[in-house]
Write a protein that binds this ligand. Structure first.
Ligand code: ATP
Length: 548
């Protein structure tokens, strides 16, 4: 079997995604929209299958979890209470040389004594940067090919220019503690705050009209005063696209708990779109501005959050691994204290080994009682739970009213889709029709995730074979199995096409079918073919899908 070269794996997956209809660049014919993607005919099925599997395991198969589907636009007070309006911002920095803009909290952090080489894209760029640095900072970095040398970290706040490998710097500069991710440049601007939420306006108010008359009436105000006034006008009708699905579960906690008579511990789950005006969009669909999430808020008794956090971390890990070919590529990582969000008392990231290294796939956080308390405070609603069976630990009396603690497994659907595409991509060397070695690309998607479960292929387009195939396809549809009739090209090409689409089973109707009522069923992964009765095909596929 040929090995996947991880650096080119991503390119191969991106190219196959387009060719086979998994993922397309949004608005491609107009040059594409940065960081927006469309899920094609196979991608939409794969995405839905991932979401359906999640819903099945998180909601249908559990007595202690219920689901909701909340609106994307919520009352603006929700975002005040949750802290998103004030705090949903990441410090942004510009590289003064390359103009690269990036999130300070995600940047590499060279330590004291480390060198600070600047890696340029090519020699030409390296020469330009040497000149730019000389002009701006009055130092001449040494160039070796496309790398610039001479800068070193001195301490947490200082870096120096060390020409000719000397031990004493000839110049020192303030050091921010990190460098730009692409070039490694330490020449950076101040940090600026940036709100990641997409803002829009609701209602019939003409905001631009109101702003225009305000500006006309206040021509003598300075820039800062004008901005404050304009912000006040915009705020009146501002609404935000949700940056996470979680808040609806806190806001609807009481309605859900009471309408379904749920007892703590219980969870509320939701899947759907989220929007973040991400500064750095990267790695294909890994980080985009519009994406989909699968989140669950699990409400527990205070004091039990640690055991529930471990429980959900393990359940979620099992779920990802069960649907993958290579479970060893998943790991979890506990957050360090200084990495925790202000509302969390512990958190794990479930990580996957992407072609660029381990990175986040899902967060499983212990969010304390922060969110319910904040929404109770801002809305006046009593977002608490009364347990008649328990004693209040403070008074010792029967009956305990408390604000539940929350464990949140929060996964990205589209990020999960990328993980399963990467996991599924295999290249194998197999003999072709002439007995020569050829490369077979096969997407070994788990049968439950595969967009098409079974392809039905008449060997030729005559002799009654298409009719038999079409009848079989409608039998699959009646049983709720996504099947596909396919008569285009030679049978070998059709098998390869369905290997690339990840179709686990191909059923071929041939001359023998009309004689003895048998068909062949080909397994995508082993390529083995078996003759089975045409009338048993549905049961065989159903059984294999259930057992997969
Ligand atoms: P990251 O650190 O990668 O920005 P995060 O910690 O901000 O992610 P959460 O707020 O915990 O992410 O969101 C839960 C999950 O939603 C993430 O684990 C990821 O799978 C997904 N997700 C978050 N942001 C994006 C995005 N911009 N594009 C695609 N998926 C995303």
């Amino acid at each position: 079997m040929a090995e996947n070269n991880s650096s080119s794996l991503m390119e191969k997956v991106i190219s196959l995604s387009k060719q086979r209809g998994f993922v397309f660049q949004s608005s491609e014919i107009y040059g594409g929209l940065k960081s927006a993607y469309d899920y094609g005919p196979l991608g939409v099925e794969l995405k839905r299958n991932i979401m359906n599997e999640w819903w099945r395991s998180m909601v249908h198969e559990r007595e202690d979890v219920i689901g909701i589907d909340a609106s994307i636009i919520m009352h603006t007070k929700v975002w005040h209470a949750s802290g998103h309006l004030a705090g949903f911002s990441d410090p942004l920095v510009d590289c003064l040389i390359s103009k690269e803009r990036f999130r300070a909290d995600k940047a590499p952090r060279p330590q004291p004594k480390d060198e600070l080489p600047i890696e340029c894209a090519d020699k030409g760029q390296a020469k330009t940067y040497v000149e730019a640095i000389q002009k701006r900072f009055n130092i001449e970095l040494k160039r070796n090919g496309k790398t610039l040398y001479g800068m070193k970290v001195i301490d947490e706040n200082t870096m120096g220019f060390f020409p000719d490998d000397g031990d004493k710097p000839t110049e020192t500069f303030p050091y921010r503690g990190y460098v730009s991710p692409t070039f490694g440049s330490p020449f950076l601007s101040d940090e600026r705050q940036f709100n990641l939420m997409f803002r829009s306006q609701i209602g019939p108010i003409d905001v631009l009209g109101d702003i225009t008359s305000y500006v006309e009436k206040n021509k003598d105000l300075d820039g800062k005063e004008l901005r404050t006034g304009i912000e006040e006008i915009v705020k009146k009708s501002a609404v935000y696209l949700r940056p996470e699905t979680a808040q609806a579960m806190f806001v609807q906690f009481l309605n859900c708990q009471q309408s379904m008579s749920m007892k703590v511990p219980f969870g509320i789950a939701q899947m759907g779109k989220s929007f973040r005006n991400e500064v750095t969009v990267e790695h294909f669909i890994f980080r985009s501005c519009e994406f989909e999430q699968m989140e669950m808020e699990f409400f527990v008794e205070p004091g039990t959050q640690k055991e529930w956090l471990d429980y959900w971390r393990d359940r979620r890990m099992e779920w990802w691994q069960k649907l993958a070919n290579d479970p060893s590529k998943f790991r979890y990582r506990a957050h360090e204290k200084d990495e925790l969000a202000h509302y969390a008392d512990a958190c794990y990231d479930i990580e996957y080994e992407y072609p660029w290294g381990f990175d986040e796939l899902e967060g499983v956080a212990s969010r304390t009682d922060y969110d319910l308390k904040k929404h109770a405070e801002h809305s006046g609603a009593k977002l608490s739970y009364f347990d008649q069976q328990k004693q209040d630990p403070e008074t010792g009396k029967n009956g305990w009213r408390y604000t539940p603690y929350v464990i949140e497994p929060a996964a990205g659907v589209t990020r999960g889709l990328l993980v399963y595409l990467l996991d599924a991509y295999h290249e194998e060397t197999v003999p072709n029709a002439d007995g020569e070695d050829s490369t077979r690309v096969v997407m070994k998607l788990h049968p439950r995730l595969a967009p098409i479960k079974v392809a039905v292929l008449p060997l030729v387009k005559k002799e009654g074979l298409p009719e038999i195939a079409r009848e079989m396809v409608s039998g699959f549809f009646k049983a709720g199995i996504n099947a596909r009739y396919d008569e285009q090209h030679s049978i070998g090409k059709r098998y390869r096409r369905h290997d690339e689409a990840g179709t686990p089973y191909c059923i071929t109707i041939d001359g023998q079918t009309t004689e003895d009522g048998t068909v062949t069923i080909r397994d995508r992964d082993t390529m083995e073919q078996e003759r089975i009765s045409k009338d048993e095909a549905l049961q065989v596929v159903q059984k294999r899908l259930i057992e997969s």
